[in-house]
Design a protein around this ligand. Structure first.
Ligand code: BGC
Length: 368
């Protein structure tokens, strides 16, 4: 009844029960006061952002989605055509630090550049053992590991990266499925904390329709030996825009949708150092709108969403980077979404390899 305190002087001489109720009813009739009760209480709650839903997935995958929490991408390492080619390798210390401070590590792996060019796509055993070692070391630290099939430029119809080799066009899809057949078989006995991500950022040739069909095929390949493992299906991109509404999720109760967000792009990807800052009200509105779209998609489809990449390049002003990171991280958490910052030690680093240490204030914006 505290809500009526401000009306007290107005009661004047109309003290007593009858007088008070008379005033209250008049107020209700003219719409000044809502009757107390659960409904009135709900109206006083601040309207928080929409949170992701688990309506279409199993309890186990819902738990995974909620446990991914704070994560980091091991970008630029196994992502390069060959590990080390982009200047970074996975060091034991990186696994120690990430394992101690994050709940999730997303591990981008360029499988396609370590496999035969023939239809069987036979994966190089030496490379696979290197991946095993990293996956197992990270799992032993208790973190979730997102094993992400990253950069197969031909699959999206883009120019190949230097050091990436081509395969015959007609073999592409079968070879892709055969690589997944090997990966899913290889990791079938790993803990449920190992998550597969089918393909990083499907775009270009992977139109939303083609991507939705391909993702369904990969999910059935994975289900042969991993009937319940959580799998991340990325949202397709048309141009630079994530085409949420055009993604048809495979019918499977152990999927999470993987969304990325790099808006404002001219800030996060600035090539001329200190040329664009962040975060004006317009820039913030753009960032929040993206997060809202993810949550709304989740509520509409019932699949949880993971924010698998966001980050700002080292060229951006440091304080603005921290401000950006803080808004994105808080925004994801307010919507119940786990996130993974791009990236750990390379060009967007929170733990730059040059200093081999945390970069403040990015660390604080992510972890405090
Ligand atoms: C790419 C990286 C790139 C990052 C930020 C990732 O998906 O694989 O090479 O640095 O996005 O643009």
């Amino acid at each position: 009844m505290w809500k009526f305190a401000w009306m007290k002087p107005a009661f004047g001489v109309a003290e007593g029960l009858f007088g008070a109720w008379a005033w209250l009813w008049m107020a209700v009739m003219v719409g000044v006061v809502a009757l107390p009760g659960p409904q009135a209480h709900a109206q006083t709650e601040p309207a928080g952002p929409q949170r992701i839903s688990c309506a279409a997935v199993s309890a186990a995958t819902c738990t995974v989605a909620k446990s991914l929490k704070r994560g980091v991408n091991f970008g630029g390492m196994l992502e390069a055509p060959k590990e080390g080619q982009w200047g970074a390798t996975v060091m034991p210390a990186y696994m120690d630090v990430a394992g101690a401070h994050f709940q999730t590590v997303r591990l981008p792996v360029r499988w396609s550049n370590h496999a035969a060019v023939t239809e069987d796509g036979l994966i190089d055993e030496v490379f696979a053992r290197r991946v095993d070692f990293i996956v197992d070391t990270l799992l032993s630290k208790g973190v979730y590991v997102i094993l992400d099939f990253h950069h197969h430029m031909q699959m999206v119809g883009s120019k190949l990266h230097a050091g990436e080799y081509a395969v015959e066009e007609r073999l592409l899809e079968k070879r892709f499925l055969n690589m997944w057949r090997q990966i899913e078989g290889r990791y079938r006995y790993r803990s449920p904390k190992l998550i597969f991500e089918i393909l990083n950022e499907p775009y270009g040739k992977q139109t939303p329709a083609r991507w939705s069909a391909l993702a369904a095929k990969v999910v059935s390949v994975i289900r042969v030996h991993n009937p319940q493992r959580t799998v991340i299906v990325g949202v397709p991109y048309v141009g630079m825009t994530a085409a949420y509404d055009e993604l048809v999720m495979p019918a499977d109760p152990n999927l999470i949708m993987g969304a990325h967000s790099y808006d404002p792009f001219d800030f996060t990807h600035q090539w001329v150092p200190n040329s664009v800052t962040c975060c004006s009200p317009d820039q913030q509105a753009q960032m929040v709108a993206n997060l809202d779209k993810m949550a709304a998609w989740s509520v509409r489809t019932g699949y949880p969403v993971h924010l698998g990449e966001f980050g700002a390049i080292e060229n951006a002003p440091l304080d603005a980077r921290a401000a950006y990171v803080r808004i994105m991280r808080d925004g994801a958490e307010a919507r119940g979404m786990g996130w993974a910052y791009w990236d750990f030690v390379t060009t967007f680093a929170v733990y730059p390899q040059a200093s081999n240490n945390w970069l403040e204030p990015i660390r604080a914006a992510l972890l405090d």
